[in-house]
Design a protein around this ligand. Sequence first.
Ligand code: GDP
Ligand code: GDP
Length: 449
Amino acid sequence: MTSTKQLPIVALVGQPNVGKSSLLNKIAGGRPAVTSEVAGTTRDRQYIDTSWNGVDFTLVDTAGLSLEAQSELEHNVNKQIDIALAEAEAVILVVDGRLNRNSVEQTTLQKFRKIKKPVILAVNKLESPKLREEKLVEFQSLGIKPLFGVSATSGAGLGDMLDSIAGIIRASSGRLSLEAAPESNLPGIAVSIVGKPNVGKSSILNAILKEERAVVSPIPGTTRTAIDSRIAIGGVDYTFIDTAGLKKKEHRQQQPDIFSGFQTFKSIRRSDVCFLTIDAAEEITKQDQRIAQEIFSQEKGCVILANKIDLYEGDEEKLRDYISLHFPFLWMCPLFFVSGKTGQGLNQALTAIKPIYERRHKTVDNQTLSEFLMKAMQKNSPKLLRDQKKPKVFSLHQTDANPPHFELLVNHPAAISQQFRRFLENSIIKELDFWGTPIVLRLRGKDKT
Ligand code: GDP
Ligand code: GDP
């Protein structure tokens, strides 16, 4: 599966405590959902990539995206719907089946009935079949169809609901289903310029587009507001993903901040390589770190751009140290000092993209991996952990590319220390040359007990 393929988004919306988060986790089937703080929200956003009947989609709990401040709680559900409307292929309204139908806000219902996208009503918390029957009749009168009586706790009804979601996605956008989707829906290497507001993302994009005097052809994006740019530099094709209308910023309608978090998330998701942009003349903040974390959790290639270097007057080595200290998990990513104003450093930064893209796509053969593992183990073998079996490491395989995934066959995963796993991960990047991209190393146990 290629990571540049953007999966259709199915959004869960609903009042707090109806069970959105529980549903998402149940559907994830024990896999932990990716949770990360989103700028301006008080709650963690959650999403999972999942698959049902051969249809891949991303399920997002939009609640995390909309809770900006407690005072805005009343508008919460409506905001979720706005986000869902802008971004999702299908929307699931979750309600608490233990309450009565009047518990669902009128404004929410009105809004929901007008949605021109496929909608589903999930009446949750209905473990008992008897209650399920009764409640379905009651909630049917809300007029939102199809509706399903489900339980996030027991899993009851979820299969039928997922069948329906898969059917909807297949029907409404065949191009997005697994079978119909091309390997990647973007030509060339997909790059996004991400960073908090005002770090200079638009300036950088404009500088790149202008300086290269390349053929710039707009590609209609998946949302009405985004237009991606395709450019060729030195025989390499790139698609610069338009993050929330970077280019036509001055004309863009003022978008509420809640969208920018989601836009960033989506742009990263569509990218092969991200330009993580920070302002060299300002302190690094939590918001910068969150965006960096997002790139890391989505396992994307990354180039760090310290922009506005023309305004920075200090020592460059100190700046380099300061930046690596604040993004320790992106230690494998190159850093460039650039200026969107003067164009300084941008050519070098662009040159770094293709090698990262190629590393993400390469596969290392088993022989090389076995030699690598032997050498690594000579340097550092896993220590015996308290109350655990003696650790044994058997072999290392690459299980996937783009992003690169590896599997370490061991006697017992619990017997392997985190330190050893991290050491091996870092060594894979350094010794087998995966610079510029996070990799994932999973442990698989050979012994059953
Ligand atoms: P959210 O705020 O909509 O994301 O709701 P949560 O998923 O956090 O759930 C709110 C509460 O409802 C939690 O205490 C859950 O354990 C409970 N809950 C969620 N789904 C179910 C369900 O299917 N059955 C029952 N009995 N409780 C549920
Ligand atoms: P965005 O919100 O990240 O897209 O940031 P913009 O590209 O709109 O830039 C924010 C402000 O920083 C604008 O006033 C730019 O002119 C300025 N700016 C952007 N890049 C540079 C740079 O490299 N040097 C200087 N001095 N100013 C810059």
